[in-house]
Design a protein around this ligand. Structure first.
Ligand code: TXA
Ligand code: MG
Length: 302
């Protein structure tokens, strides 16, 4: 049988070297991180970065998030303040070894991402590996689903542990949460000992959060519903909901981390099964539920 996933590579030593070669040759690759898969390229190379914008069909005003191996490398390129250090120490504790005025940075935890960053001489620009406005990929096959043969090399790092994009926080003034994620505003607030403002509309940059439709599975999404529409599916949470032909439970125990982890995967599955819409039952709006509802709200915009 023909393997349609020929461009997916197991993350062993040889393939990490191949990934390195591709990136050094300005060829973007699919990269696993604990949040979602990224489309990674040399952050220092305009040529590479241009390719990313083109592949993703990403508006040129939307900047890329840059991934570093650790704070030592980051120091060379980025000016940061004490709030950054506090968050770094709280959320990256084991990593010590390791045209805008601002830059979004991440030090991913995923072993494969770290191994690759370690053998590279430069950081990686890596936005989520999806076409602009669509769902982020949470496994290697999803990256291939998004780009087909346009991406020659995807490192397989399994299913992402978190499954939703990282938290983005603006630390340039009073801390402002630009994107909700697994590290919640509450957790950040506890570390900084300050209130965190939740961004409604960013004045500083036009981020995808501002584009009305985002995180879209490609069919209409409807929130706070009890039933699916005709030819549609229903996403549920909690033990009172059973799975059926058109009902998909993202966490029977009502665990919001599990729900976040299943959300994109199940939405992709529903789309593939040719349902015409996705209704979603009410998701509790605390903890990771905040990030889930944020994504659903944007996915339900027209
Ligand atoms: O979890 C993640 O962050 C994944 C993995 C692959 O690392 N990447 C990701 O990248 O989600 P992307 O580009 O899809 O989302 C990054 C967000 C975007 O909303 C972008 O607008 C924002 O970060 N961003 C990038 N640079 C920024 C900056 N200088 N100031 C404010 N926001 C920025
Ligand atoms: Mg994205």
């Amino acid at each position: 049988m023909k393997n349609i996933y020929l461009n997916i590579y197991k993350s062993n030593f040889i393939n990490l070297k191949k990934a390195k070669k591709n990136i050094e040759n300005n060829i973007p690759i699919g990269l696993p991180t604990e949040t979602v898969y990224g489309l990674a390229s040399n952050a220092y190379s305009d040529k590479s970065v241009k390719k990313i914008f083109k592949l993703k069909k990403r508006p040129s005003y939307n900047p890329l998030i840059v991934h570093f191996n650790g704070i030592k490398n980051l120091k060379k390129d980025v000016v940061y303040n004490s709030s950054f250090i506090k968050l770094y120490k709280a959320f990256c504790p084991e990593l010590v070894s390791a045209g805008k005025k601002t830059i979004a940075v991440r030090i991913p935890e995923h072993k494969v991402a770290r191994k690759l960053l370690k053998i590279l001489k430069f950081p990686l620009a890596a936005p989520s590996a999806n076409i602009s406005s669509k769902l982020s990929p949470t496994c290697a096959n999803d990256v291939v689903d998004e780009f087909g043969s346009k991406i020659k090399f995807v490192l397989d790092g399994g299913q992402c542990k978190i499954g939703l994009e990282s938290t983005i926080i603006d630390l340039t003034g009073k801390p402002i949460l630009l994107r909700q994620g697994a590290i919640t505003a509450q957790k950040i607030s506890n570390i900084l000992g300050k209130k965190i403002l939740i961004n409604k509309k960013t004045k500083i940059i036009k981020s995808p959060g501002q584009l009305k439709l985002h995180y879209s599975p490609g069919i209409p999404v409807l929130m706070n519903k009890k039933n699916p529409k005709k030819d549609g599916a229903l996403i549920t949470i909690g033990k009172k909901f059973k799975d059926s032909k058109n009902h998909f439970n993202i966490s029977k125990s009502g665990n919001l981390s599990e729900a976040a982890n299943n959300l994109y995967k199940i939405m992709r599955k529903i789309k593939k099964k040719n349902f015409k819409s996705i209704s979603v039952c009410k998701i509790p709006n605390f903890g990771l539920g905040l990030a889930i509802n944020d994504r659903l709200k944007k996915a339900s915009n027209k």
